[in-house]
Design a protein. Structure first.
Length: 101
């Protein structure tokens, strides 16, 4: 008989700990939406025409290739994970396109 009550108490304690643990975690559906409003101070914004940017600022780079690679990086689907920091997409596009072309 006492083993039965100890088992019930252990099950009840386990359930209580699970409920307490789950209630302290944020829901998986919370956040994850892209930031709205102006970009943070100091963030570089992408030019409207990457090929014109390439011609004006870069030397020795195939600007048509640069524009294509930058466009691919900028338009790639991206689902941010809450709590992680990501590189600026234009900085990433500029670096990858500059190295590739």
């Amino acid at each position: 008989m006492p083993v039965k009550w100890i088992t019930y108490a252990a099950i009840l304690g386990t359930v209580a700990l699970l409920v307490a643990g789950v209630s302290t975690l944020p829901p998986l559906t919370e956040g994850g939406l892209p930031r709205s409003g102006p970009p943070p101070y100091g963030a570089a914004s992408a030019p409207a025409d990457p090929e014109a940017f390439c011609r004006a600022t870069l030397e020795g780079v195939n600007c048509a290739c640069f524009a294509q690679k930058a466009g691919e990086v900028m338009s790639a689907p991206h689902k941010p994970v809450q709590g992680l920091a990501y590189a600026n997409r234009w900085d990433l596009a500029r670096a990858q396109a500059g190295e590739s072309c």
